[in-house]
Every structure is written in C-alpha cells, then in structure tokens.
Design a protein around this ligand. Sequence first.
Ligand code: BG6
Length: 511
Amino acid sequence: MQPGVLPVQNPFLDPLRFEGRVPGVTVVIFGANGDLTKRKLLPALYRLALERRLPQEFAVIGTSRTLMSDEQFREKMRSAVVEFLENSSFDADIWDGFARGILYQPGDLRDPASYTALAGRLGEIEQSRRTGGNVLFYLSTQPSQYELAAAGIGNAGLARGNGWRRLLIEKPFGHDAASARELTAKLHEHFQESDIYRIDHYLGKETVQNILALRFGNGIFEPLWNRRYVNHVQVTAAESIGVEGRGAYYQEAGALRDMIQNHLLQVMATIAMEPSSTYDAQRVRDERAKLLRSIRVMNPEEVGENAVAGQYGPARVGGADIPGFRQEPGVEPEAQVDTYAAATFFIENWRWSGVPFFIRTGKRLPKRVTEIAIEFNSAPHLLFDGHGTVAAPNLLILRIQPEEGISLKFLSKQPGAGMTLRPVSMDFNYGSSFGERTPTAYETLLLDAVLGDATLYTRQDMVEASWRVVEPILEDWANRKFDFPNYPAGSWGPEKADAMLARRGHTWRQP
Ligand code: BG6
C-alpha cells in the first residue's frame, strides 16, 4: 500500500450515521430573508437531507416582511445552497425532494394577523406532511425583535400545540447580565426554559465537542489537567476577514461582546470544567455553568492590566489596500469599538488556581485560525542543557479550525552524536483519520434541537455568568478614550496584547 493511503477496511471510514429516530417537524425561520438563513441554515438543512438524516415528515417555513411566493423563496434558497454548501456537491434530485417541503409565508412581526396566517399554514402542513404538530421556531431576526416574535407566537397560541414547540435564538442574548435576565423573563412568558434553545455555534463545532472526548474518554490527559502541570492556556480565535458589511451591528457589539462573552468563554469552560457523571444536557451544562461562575471577575483596577482592546487601521496587505474599521460602511469615523480583544482570566477553584487563561480574538489578523494551546510546566531540571538543545515547553494544541486536529509538541533527540534535543510534533488530523467531511456546527445543532438534545446549547445561567465576567471590562472600555486604530490590518493585534503576556513572562504563540 502506498504510504499515507488508508486501508479500505479502516473502521474510521465507516459512515457515521445517526441511528435514532428523528421526529417529524416544521422549522419556522423568522428573518428568512437574512444572511444567516442563506449562508448557514438552509445549507445545513439541505446537507442533513443529503445525508438522509431528515425524516419525510419535514418542512421549513421561511417568514419575513418581503413578499415572495413559495416558488420564489425556493429558488432563492436553491441558489444560496449552491453558493454556500461547504465540502459537498449539490445533488439536484435530493434538492427537489427537500424543496417540496420548503414554504414561505410573508409576515410582519408586529402584526397579529401574520401569526394567524402562519398558524393556518402550520395546520395545513401538519396534515399534509404529517409532522405531528412539532414546531421549531428559529429566530434569525434582529435581536431587538426576539421579544416581539416570542410574544407574537405565544399570543397566537402557537407556543402550544399537538406536538412539541421549541424556540431557538441566536446570540447576542442581551448586552449585559441584567438585559439577558430581562430577555429571558419575556421569553418565559410564552416558553419554558427547557424549550428555549440558545445557540452558540462554537459548541457545535466537532473539535470543540472533541475536547470532552479527549479529556474524559482517555485516561492519560486528565491527571495532567490541573495547576500542578499546566503552566498556562492560550485560546486564539483569529479572523482574516474584516466586518464584512456588518459594520452597523459590529459598531454596537465589538469583539469582546461578539466573540469572547459567548464563544470563547464557552470554549474555555469546555477546557476547564469538571467531568460530569453522564453525558446529558443537564449535567454537562451544570458543569459548564459551574466553571463559568468560577472565573474571577476583575476589579475595575485590574482591567487595565488584564484586558486589551484593539481596532484595525488601514494597511496594504498582499498588494491590496485594506480599509481600516473606521472606513467600513456603517461605521462612525471616530468609532471607539474593539475589533480585537484580549484578556487574562483566572479560575478560582482547586484545579486551576493561579493558572492564567489568555484569550484573544480579532478581525483582520494575518490568518483565520482558532486553537487552544495548553502549555505544560517544563522538566524541573534539564540534563542536556548546554549541548545546543532548544528549550521548548510541552504543548498540547487543539486546533478548532481550519485544519482540525490535535498536536503534542515535545523534545526529542536530534539524530547524530551528542544529546541535542529539538522540538517535534505528534499530530492527529481529523480529516485524514476519519475520512469523512465533518458536519458544520449548524447541522449538528439543528439536528440536536429537533431531537430535543440541549447539551450543546447554552443556558440562561451560563449566559448570565459569562456577562458577569466581561462586564467590568465593558464598563471600563465604555468610559475610556482609546487611541484607535492601534494595529494595522494584517498584523497580530496591538502591542499592548504582547505586553499583557510579557508581564507574566509569556508570549503569544504564532499559530
Ligand atoms: C459570529 C460572530 O458569532 O462568529 C462573527 O458574530 C464571527 O463576527 C463568527 O466572524 C466566527 O465564526 P466562525 O465559525 O467562522 O469561527
């Protein structure tokens, strides 16, 4: 066999199919004319259909204010799926079958008549496609409209029915702990907490889920997974893109709110949480929540030392002129918004006391890469020092994207005379090991919501705990006048972020 070619009988290459029974359901997408629907939701649903994971008794109703017929909506979604389908080819036959269950219902979120019309449509579908009356309401609208939509659904009697009714919402869940609590109170007027699915798509990423498999499915890592052996942890979520036409939203959000409050704190919780006794929604989420509550909330005086804001300025990158954030459409010329955020967090528990977790994220950084680097303490005494040995700490790198995998870096003897040590890497690569296209986060999460599995969804207490962690930073930044822009597009962020680590004797890894 040629080197590098996997044997056909490799069990990893067996198709990994979900064996359970997926119930019939109608997914109602509010905000169906928006970006998320075409970029993520419809491609994910189509992909599930392609893999035959959806039952026959399945339908999608798109709704938004735009007037469109079912046929026009289907056509629009077909083009979107062709354009945004990742790593698979479009199959026209599968599409035709899937598209028969796609419908469109124009409606205004403020108009009760729109919900009555929707109710009529749902009733017809329940009969014609035998969905059992199960409905997943997906709010892909402006966050300011969540309460309105939930109330409209509830007041029209749609939050109850023959089957189950669930509400799925996208972040941001409020803009601080108090508003997150208020939003929940409003949603609870119509839906129980157990029927509310708050999506954090990072939790649906295969490699984020694999952190738990790595930690709790193996015996060798967990004994080292604590303050005695771990020196520090770095979490990097770098993006090379800018704000991509979302200047107006981003101007209100900023990187700390957009990425750290939700995605990266969830990732940190997954790395640091205690094992749950079983893998079920309640227990796994209890452990994540407990961890989030254990993150030390900074005093106002600590923010300057432990958090760094950045904003990209214009630069010439790879022969192209890249505008600065303030030159993006919809952004004010003096905007004080962070397009880069970094912070040092500590966890106040026995396992992690004193171990810094450095988190950073930014737009217009040199490349798209998300990874977790766990640096272990060095050997207490290096026998081989003084023989050209390159000192390098043991690192466990969990790569979330784009090349998904895990690497362990350690020192090895360089061949030849003497004892010279060099860092080497032991690599596991998701793609080549499993030979399967990994499902996108939206595929996983949509299917889970239909199956009623909330393990990978965030919960109200987790959302509030994360807001509490970032609130002192947000407050400090809101009252500060930054000297922005402070990093050129295409660079690794502001110098202050390097200084933040240097103060503790560390440097950022170059992923
Ligand atoms: C979204 C943010 O939640 O996550 C975006 O609003 C960001 O600003 C995106 O680009 C990153 O997601 P991914 O899956 O591309 O890493």
